[in-house]
Structures are given as C-alpha cells and as structure tokens.
Design a protein around this ligand. Structure first.
Ligand code: DAH
Length: 359
C-alpha cells in the first residue's frame, strides 16, 4: 500500500536532512525521484483516479516533488561546504610552530669577532673596504714603501705564485695593508675604513697558521693626528674587550708604511697559562699602527701636503683567542664540529653595541 503524500513528504524530508554524505543524498534522490522512485511511481498511478480527484492529487504531488528536490539541492550545497571545511581542517598548518626544532649551526669565533669589530667601527663612522687575496707586488709591498731589497719582504715569509708572462710574480697578500692603497686610489679623502680579511704567510706553530686574519684600519683627513689614533684605538679596545679604563701602552716601533709608528700593548694578568685582559701588571701586544707615511699617501694618489692619516693592523685570530680564552690557534682551522660546538656562537645573536657584542 502506498503512503499518503503528506507522510511520504515528511519521511523524505527527514531522510534528506539526515544524509551524511553526497553519496547517501544521491541514493535518497534516486529512491524518491528516480525513474523507479517512490514519488515517480505514485505519480504514475494518478491516472487511475477519478478526474475530479486527479487534479488536486496532481498538485499535491507536484508540490511534494518540488519541496523534496529543493531540500536535496540545499542539502547538497551544505554537504559540499562541510566537505570543504573538513578538507581545510585536515590540511590546517600551524604557522606559529618553530620552522625547525632548533638551530644547530654555530658561528665561528673568527666570523663572530669580525662581526663584533665591524659593529664597533661602524659606530665610529667607518665603512668596510675590501681587496683581493691574490695581490701584486705593487699593492702588497712597493706602494707601502717596501722596496724590492727591503728586509721587511723577507720577514713576511711570502707565498709567491709562479712568474707571469711579464716576469712579475703575484703573491698571497701577507697583510691587509694593500687594501689601504686600493682604497686611496679609488676614493677621495676624507674617509675612514676598516678592511678585515684573510692573509697568508709561510709559517706554522702553536700561534701561527699559513692562513690567518687581519683587520686593517685607515683614516685620512685634513687634520688627523696621533691623538685621533690613540683615542680611536682606546675606544675600540675598551668596547671589544668590554673593559673600562683599559690599561694601554703605545710603544715606539717601526713599519715602512707609517711614521711615526707604534705597537700597542694592553694590560693583562697571566695566571697558570690563562690570560686575563684588563687586570694585572703584564702587557700583551695586540696591534701595529702609526701615521701614514707621506710616500704611501702619494702612492695612493693622496696629496700628503694636504692630507694626513693614521693606520693600524691587528690580528683577528689573536684577539679572538684572547677575548674568548681559546688556547690553540690551529684548532681554528681544523673544521672540528665539536670544537665549533664549544667555542662557536649562536647564529641569531648578531653583535651590536646596544644589544651586546656576544651572548
Ligand atoms: N701590516 C702590518 C703587519 O702585518 C701591520 C700594520 C702595522 C698595519 C702598522 C698598519 C700599520 O696599518 O700602520 O705586520
């Protein structure tokens, strides 16, 4: 026996509302409105009714059919929305999670110290200058007032390249001082620059490696004197070693490219092989400096009657060892991950004067 249209409609609407998936909804649609569906079959029997009942019954079934079809359309849209919601929920990414569990790389002490000293000199108005590791004789020696027969050439234990076509031999730069010449030849004074970088000498023991690092400093202006040199280096050393009123000593010395020249010692205490900066009665040499020799200014295309300058050169590896208590220089270049894990620095701690040089 077939259901009354009201009952049929109510049942179908309940089924549609309860459909849990697009597939279930489609099955309901076929079972109701399909060719053999309940609604279709019942409508096919309308012809058997007496004509006066047929019209009213036909209208009821048309309304029923429309309601059920509308409900199915609405439900289909709701199910599609729910599908999308479920898909989005399943694919959700928590963008607040850390990108990696932990940064595992470490910054090498040489890189760290280069960043630290660059931060300090930048604060004093210096910019960074660069030159090539492979130098010619002119920039590495001659222009720096070290002529061919000069004894300083022998002291530098230079690595020479084979002779070129013109008979000259390139060298691995023995110091960063050639960057002074390169900078002067390409810039108009006044300027203040530092030039940190790699340097090379044929020498190897506890405190020397064939490749090492220096930082050169060059300040040229129209009223530069030794007082500026001393003030600048004092400010640098106190900031770098983080010691107030650091004991410092400027000892007269000789370099071909400066006159007068000095070597700078800082006060320290030596205790069972340990060195403490800023305390005690001992001295430790950390750099060479002086007023730029007039001939060197001239070789750099700077008129020595109008401009003066001071310069300095410092071993970066050495000040890194001193500041961070690293005993053996050779370990710097062993590429030992355990050593780097111990002496290295966090990659995200960029040294600044206001935020702290090293943490
Ligand atoms: N170039 C020297 C060296 O390697 C260091 C040096 C001394 C650099 C005095 C300078 C300076 O600029 O004025 O031993």
């Amino acid at each position: 026996m077939s259901e009354q249209p009201d009952v049929l409609q109510a049942r179908l609407l309940v089924e549609v509302a309860a459909a849990a998936s697009a597939a279930a909804l489609e099955a309901i649609r076929v079972a109701a409105l399909g060719r053999n569906g309940d609604v279709t079959r019942q409508m096919a029997t309308l012809g058997k009714l007496p004509p006066d009942e047929r019209k009213a019954a036909g209208q009821r079934f048309n309304t029923l059919k429309e309601r059920v079809a509308d409900a199915i359309t609405a439900k289909a849209a709701a199910l599609a929305g729910a599908d999308l919601e479920a898909k989005l929920a399943a694919e959700r990414l928590d963008v607040t999670l850390p990108a990696r569990p932990e940064a595992s790389g470490r910054i090498h002490p040489v890189s760290q110290v280069m960043d630290e000293l660059t931060a300090i000199f930048a604060e004093m108005g210096f910019t960074v200058a660069e030159g090539p590791d492979i130098e010619d004789d002119f920039h590495n020696f001659t222009a720096l007032n070290i002529p061919p027969e000069h004894p300083a050439r022998q002291e530098h234990d230079t690595f020479y390249f084979p002779e070129g076509e013109d008979g000259s031999r390139k060298v691995l730069r023995t110091h960063t001082s050639p960057v002074q010449i390169r900078h002067m030849l390409t810039h108009k004074p006044p300027f203040r620059v530092i030039a940190p970088g790699r340097t090379y000498r044929s020498d190897s023991d506890m405190t020397h490696t064939p490749m090492f690092h220096q930082v050169e400093g060059l300040v040229v202006g129209s009223d530069i004197h030794m007082g500026h040199l001393k003030g600048c280096l004092r400010d640098f050393c106190e900031a770098f070693f983080e010691v107030r009123d650091l004991k410092m000593r400027f000892r007269p010395s000789y370099f071909p490219f400066t006159a007068p020249s000095a070597e700078v010692d800082i006060g320290c205490a030596r205790d069972k092989g340990q060195i403490r900066i800023g305390a005690g009665e001992d001295w430790l040499e950390i750099l060479g400096c002086g007023m730029v020799h007039p001939k060197v200014l001239a070789n750099g295309g700077v008129d020595p009657d109008h401009w003066q300058g001071f310069a300095f050169g410092m071993g970066i590896d050495r000040i890194a060892m001193l500041k961070y208590g690293i005993p053996d220089l050779r370990a710097f270049f062993d590429a030992d991950a355990r050593w780097l894990g111990h002496y290295g620095f966090g990659a995200e701690d960029v040294p600044t004067l206001f935020g702290g040089l090293a943490r």
